[in-house]
Design a protein around this ligand. Structure first.
Ligand code: CA
Length: 487
């Protein structure tokens, strides 16, 4: 779903050829599985591999909080929240979206290709609103970043019944043979006779993006306050933004002739099947795709607009081996990958050792924009802290007044074999200066939730929901959605 690179890269670190050859043959599921199992078994063994400077872990996970660099130690705001289950029995819920139609329904997007409705009485309807599982590439049950990843309702959904989804389809005949799959951004319509059923025959594919590897898809669809559809797209996968399907020496993130590694902005209310807004930043750049709104991303898997304040776009860009980051999106912004990982210089040939210096501009001369929030995969004692950032939402609810204006987000886990995600709250201490902290979950013995965190959602009241599973891969029925409540 997010970034298998953490595991792969640890294999990479000691045996680059092995892992890279496995990635090259990504069409071979067995190789991926072998790689994955091998990686998991090595994650623990290889923590700190080759890095003699790291001290041995001395604290257990139940001990006093150990801060990752960048985390604040004391804040006056709430540090503990409760969680309340609102849906269970799912497989891999990755996001929750809300139509603006006053029906008070919540739509849960499950990675396996199904969208479920929670009705106004908080019942999870057993029949999916939409089932596109037969349109997806076959998912790997132990771990996969592909699947049905995003959904957005048209701002006038109550009138026109239009909605949009993002998923990975089998590659078409026009996709290079050594590529993995292709992204589809498609439009559907609700059925004419049942508001809790989509019309499965109404698909109109708006956008097709060839995917070199199975990982780094991006996957968020969201309408901005300007009525435009924003689409987050990963760099194409593998690692380091190099290899098959990655622009040599430049990488896809920095290559504006490609849609990979970008945030796109399109107008789905004009054109066939859409049009490029005339105020997009690169419409007059003949070497750039006009859809591009911001670039230099690795895997901007989850992003959201603040529903209040100045309606800023918060983008969580999943890092590779060392750092996770949150960015505030701006039109034309270059967010640095693969010149930087977080605020640190990045060397694709030596991913575990940030160079002391690097260029501060892209090949086009644009200044690289640093994240507002960054955290390390290791805490200050060298223990595993996080592996993949999950973007959330600015809290605009009523239940926890002290969280209003805080950006609530999470991290998948401390490793891929343990359900050990964590939740964070960040607030803007002063202009562009953000502090953040782990939120303790009421009833948990440590600062973790005891589940993999797969995504977040926000209802019409501004309350925030957490998508979780006990399985990191899209299998089983432990997928569960929680609402964040006061402790
Ligand atoms: Ca960045």
């Amino acid at each position: 779903m997010l970034s298998m690179n953490n595991a792969i890269s640890k294999v990479n670190f000691c045996d680059r050829i092995l892992s890279y050859e496995l990635l090259r043959s990504s069409k071979n599921i067995w190789c991926i599985l072998v790689c994955f199992l091998f990686s998991i078994s090595l994650v623990t063994l290889l923590n700190g591999c080759g890095s003699s400077s790291e001290s041995s872990p001395v604290l257990s996970s139940g001990s006093s909080p150990v801060l990752s660099p960048g985390l604040s130690t004391s804040v006056s705001q709430v540090d503990t929240v409760g969680i309340q289950s609102v849906a269970s029995g799912l497989t891999s819920p990755v996001t929750m979206v809300i139509p603006n139609d006053n029906t008070d329904r919540k739509f849960i997007v499950d990675q396996v290709g199904k969208i479920f409705v929670i009705d106004a009485d908080n019942n999870l309807l057993s029949t999916p609103f939409l089932d596109v599982s037969n349109k997806l590439v076959t998912l790997m049950t132990t771990y996969d970043e592909r699947g049905l990843l995003g959904m957005a309702f048209h701002p006038n959904y109550s009138i026109n019944g239009r909605f949009f989804i993002f998923y990975n389809a089998p590659k078409g005949s026009d996709v290079p043979a050594d590529y993995n799959s292709e992204i589809h951004v498609s439009e559907f319509k609700v059925s004419t006779n049942d508001p809790n059923k989509a019309d499965p025959s109404s698909e109109n594919i708006l956008l097709t993006i060839p995917k070199p590897s199975f990982n780094h898809n991006g996957g968020t669809l969201v309408f901005g306050p300007d009525g435009m559809l924003y689409v987050s797209v990963g760099d194409g996968g593998a690692s380091d933004d190099v290899g098959i399907g990655h622009t040599p020496t430049l990488g896809n993130g920095q290559d504006k002739s490609k849609l990979l590694g970008k945030i796109l902005r399109i107008d789905i209310d004009s054109g066939t099947p859409y049009s490029i807004p005339s105020d997009n930043p690169f419409v007059n750049d003949s070497g750039a795709k006009g859809e591009i709104w911001a670039y230099g991303f690795r895997n901007p898997y989850r992003m959201s607009f603040d529903t209040g304040g100045d309606k800023r776009l918060f983008v969580a860009d999943v890092g590779q081996n060392l750092y996770e980051e949150i960015d505030i999106g701006t039109s034309g912004g270059n967010y640095g990958w693969n010149i930087k990982e977080g605020k640190h210089c990045f060397d694709p040939n030596n991913a575990n050792t940030p160079p002391a210096t690097c260029t501060n501009t892209g090949i086009d001369g644009q200044t690289l924009l640093d994240p507002i929030i960054e955290y390390s995969h290791k805490d200050s004692l060298g223990n595993n802290f996080g592996i993949a950032v999950l973007g959330g939402y600015i809290y605009r609810g009523n239940a926890i007044p002290a969280l209003v204006g805080n950006y609530i987000f999470g991290d998948l886990s401390t490793n891929l074999s343990t359900a050990d995600g964590s939740i964070f709250a960040a607030y803007e201490k002063s202009a562009s200066i953000w502090e953040f902290r782990q939120l303790k979950i009421s009833g948990q013995s440590n600062l973790r939730i005891g589940r993999f965190i797969l995504g977040f959602g926000q209802d019409n009241n501004g309350e925030i929901y957490i998508m979780t599973s006990q399985n990191v891969g899209p299998s089983g029925t432990t997928g569960q959605v929680y609402k964040i409540i006061a402790q």
